[in-house]
Design a protein around this ligand. Structure first.
Ligand SMILES: *Cc1c(COP(=O)(O)O)cnc(C)c1O
Length: 392
């Protein structure tokens, strides 16, 4: 990868050291252009007419995403974020009293809320699978917990609050052997390193556009294994999802499109499409190698600074790095970094309560480099953090 050329094509790199790709990655010029030129076309000739003119490129988006995750185009549905994609899959399942939903300690807050609401409505039970001693999901415990009451295993691949990579492929082997549906929240992993649905053995997968995929905000997608339609009935229906026979019945449209809405922000879709094409062109193996290397460099350097402690769990770690800087308040650390042109974010204990219980160190500073960051930027961020730690 020609990092200098990639940075030339990423306007934001001239203004900031952007270490908040787990929040939102920086758009490339190509993605920005895909979004703005479609908006301009809508303004110039009309929204429906613009969509008509760009129909082939719009429809190609599903195919690009399919290539990214190793699926077929008709197994992909587009959404306006990952949460809505996840909701579309989850709320399309039915649960009855005594059914069990198994989840992990790294689960995203919105998903946990959905489990709790569903448990309240249906009488199903939510069971949280423990972590092993490394802090990743304990797959032996998972296998032991699965029984004929288990209707779903819902797991976050990479949590929002740390550098853990959950053993998704191992979880997939367990769920496939047991014949239990596996819903994988891959919001932080897609775009960061290779994610292949066949390899992972999941049945439904969700991701967002704006994080490591570097797409525009307001984009996301769902992948559904065709066999999963046997137990999924979309929780809403509309003209994009089904065909009315003109009398008193309807048929669902083929494949994952039955989860989509008719109205879509096409400038965003074309932006997402451009971002995915760029990831495919660069190659997810290459992207993953460099991104994980930069994450490891950052974590190793921070671990060597007196007064700084990193708190990432698990055997396999990624480019999300969480740390404490002495006793300095996390928000103050983030503000001090922002004052020096370094973008980071902080974890939210209320949204990651299982993890908060386990580590009890939130909020943490969250740094998340991407392939277009330089080694010098990583070193600079460490230098500033070391100064903050020394000033304590
Ligand atoms: C950001 C995030 C989500 C939600 O994605 P949106 O696109 O904001 O809806 C879900 N899960 C994880 C692990 C996340 O980090």
């Amino acid at each position: 990868m020609d990092i200098e050329a990639l940075r030339q094509d990423t306007p934001g790199t001239a203004n900031r050291i952007h270490l908040n790709n787990a929040g939102a990655g920086l758009l490339s010029r190509q993605t920005l252009k895909a979004v703005t030129s479609h908006l301009e076309l809508e303004a110039a000739i009309g929204g429906y007419e613009a969509a008509g003119q760009e129909r082939d490129r719009i429809d190609a988006t599903h195919g690009h995403i399919a290539r990214l995750v190793g699926s077929r185009a008709d197994e992909i549905a587009l959404f306006d974020n990952s949460t809505h994609a996840w909701n579309a899959a989850f709320y399309s399942m039915t649960f009855k009293p005594g059914d069990r939903i198994l989840t992990g300690r790294a689960e995203y807050g919105s998903s946990v809320l959905a489990y709790l609401q569903t448990a309240q409505r249906s009488g199903a039970e939510v069971v949280v699978v423990p972590n092993d001693e490394s802090g990743q999901l304990d797959t032996t415990a998972l296998a032991n917990l699965i029984d004929d009451r288990t209707k779903l295993v819902g797991i976050a691949h990479v949590p929002t609050s740390g550098g853990l990579v959950n053993p998704a492929a191992e979880i997939g082997r367990v769920t496939r052997a047991a014949g239990v549906p596996f819903l994988l929240d891959a919001t932080q992993s897609v775009g960061q390193f290779p994610v292949d649905v066949a390899e992972l053995g999941c049945d439904m997968l969700t991701a967002t556009g704006r994080k490591f995929l570097r797409g525009p905000r307001g984009t996301g997608f769902l992948w559904v294994r065709p066999e999963a339609h046997a137990y999924l009935e979309p929780h809403v229906i509309e003209v994009a999802a089904a065909t009315w026979d003109g009398k008193r019945s309807f048929t669902w449209n083929d494949g994952a499109r039955r989860f989509e809405t008719w109205e879509v922000g096409y400038s965003n879709v074309l932006g997402l499409s451009a971002a995915v094409q760029q990831a495919l062109d660069l190659g997810m193996d290459e992207i993953g190698r460099r991104t994980l290397d930069l994450g490891a460099r950052l974590r190793d350097q921070l671990d060597a600074v007196p007064g700084i402690t990193t708190h990432d769990l698990g055997r396999q770690r990624c480019a999300i790095v969480t740390c404490e800087v002495g006793t300095m308040a996390t928000a103050d650390v983030a503000a001090a970094l922002a004052g020096r042109g370094i973008n980071v974010s902080t974890t939210d204990p209320a949204q990651t309560q299982f993890d908060t219980e386990d580590r009890d160190v939130h909020p943490l500073v969250r740094l998340s480099p991407h392939y277009y960051n330089t080694e010098a930027e990583i070193d600079r961020a460490v230098e500033v953090l070391a100064e903050l730690a020394a000033a304590r």
